[in-house]
Write a protein that binds this ligand. Structure first.
Ligand code: NAD
Length: 257
C-alpha cells in the first residue's frame, strides 16, 4: 500500500476530487481526516471509507476561517498522533464570477477567501504539524487556469489559482531542507459538481470541450491518482512543481477534430 502509516488531511473531501482522493488514500492505507464545510457531503465520504474498511474521521471546517483550520489540524494530531500529508483542495467556482468589468467585489472576496486564503491557512497551521512529524507532502489544488488565459472569463477564480500556484512554489523552496515537499496540482476541467451549472449548458460545455485534446472532461479519479502520487514517497524528488493533469490542454495550439 502506497500510503501505509501516513495520516492525510484533505479539505473539500465531501465532494468531487477531494472525495475521490479521500477514498483512494484510505484504500492505500492512509488514516484520513475528511475536512469539509458541507457536513452531509463530508459524512457521506466518511461512511464510504468506513464501508470499504478504511480509517477516517470527519471534521467540519470552513477553510477561510483560521480557528476552524487550526482545529482541523489539531484533530488530525489528537486522533492519529501526527500529520504526513496535507491536501489543500477545497475551492469554489461562483456562477457570478465573470469578466473583471462585471464581477462584484463580494464575489471576488468570497472566492479569494476560500480558494487562496484557505490554502494559506491550511499551510500556516498545517506546516508546523508536518514539521513535528519529521516532514511531509503538501498538495495545493490550483488549476490549469493558473497558467493560461481564457476568453470565457472567471476573473476571481483565475486570480485565486494563480496565487495558489505561486504561493506553493515559495513554500516548496522555503521548507525543502526540512523534508517538506509542496506541489501545485493543476487539473484541467473535471466532471464534478463544481462545474455542474456550466456543463449543463450545451453551448458553454462545447465551447470548452473543443480545447481539450482528448475531447472529453477529466473524471475525478484521474485527478485523485495524481494526488496519490504526490502524496506518496514515490514522488520524493517532485517539489515546487506545476503539476498539470490537463489532458494536454496547455500543450495544444489546435486540437484534433
Ligand atoms: P466540488 O464542488 O465537487 O468539491 C469542492 C468541495 O469543497 C465541496 O465539498 C465543498 O463543500 C467544499 N468547500 C467549498 N467551500 C469550502 C470551505 N469554505 N471550507 C471547506 N470546504 C469547502 O469541486 P471539485 O471539482 O472537486 O474541486 C476541488 C478543487 O479542484 C477546487 O479547488 C477546484 O477549484 C479545483 N479544480 C477543479 C476543476 C474542475 O474542473 N472541477 C478544475 C481545476 C481545479
Amino acid at each position: 500500500m502506497r500510503l501505509q502509516n501516513k495520516v492525510a488531511l484533505i479539505t473539500g473531501a465531501g465532494s468531487g476530487i477531494g472525495r475521490e482522493s479521500a477514498l483512494l488514500f484510505a484504500r492505500e492505507g492512509a488514516q484520513v481526516v475528511v475536512c469539509d464545510l458541507n457536513e452531509a457531503g463530508g459524512k457521506e465520504t466518511l461512511s464510504q471509507i468506513e464501508a470499504a474498511g478504511g480509517q477516517a474521521i470527519f471534521v467540519k471546517a470552513d477553510v477561510s476561517k483560521g480557528a476552524e483550520v487550526k482545529a482541523a489540524i489539531a484533530a488530525a494530531e489528537t486522533t492519529y498522533g501526527k500529520l504526513n500529508v496535507l491536501f489543500n483542495n477545497a475551492g469554489i467556482f461562483h456562477g457570478a464570477d465573470n469578466s473583471v468589468l462585471d464581477t462584484e467585489e463580494e464575489i471576488w472576496d468570497l472566492t479569494i477567501n476560500i480558494n487562496l486564503k484557505g490554502v494559506f491557512l491550511g499551510c500556516k497551521y498545517g506546516i508546523p504539524a508536518l514539521l513535528r512529524s519529521g516532514g511531509g507532502s503538501i498538495i495545493n489544488t490550483a488549476s490549469f487556469v493558473a497558467v493560461m488565459g481564457a476568453a470565457t472569463p472567471q476573473i476571481a477564480y483565475t486570480a485565486s489559482k494563480g496565487g495558489v500556484l505561486s504561493m506553493t512554489r515559495e513554500i516548496a523552496i522555503e521548507f525543502a531542507r526540512q523534508n517538506i515537499r509542496a506541489n501545485a496540482l493543476c487539473p484541467g476541467p473535471v466532471q464534478t459538481p463544481l462545474l455542474d451549472e456550466l456543463l449543463a449548458d450545451p453551448a458553454r460545455r462545447q465551447r470548452r470541450l473543443v480545447h481539450i485534446p482528448p475531447g472529453r472532461f477529466a473524471q475525478a479519479p484521474e485527478i485523485a491518482n495524481a494526488a496519490l502520487f504526490l502524496a506518496s514517497d514515490e514522488s520524493s524528488f517532485v517539489n515546487g512543481s506545476t503539476f498539470l493533469v490537463d489532458g494536454g490542454i496547455t500543450a495544444a495550439y489546435v486540437t484534433a477534430e
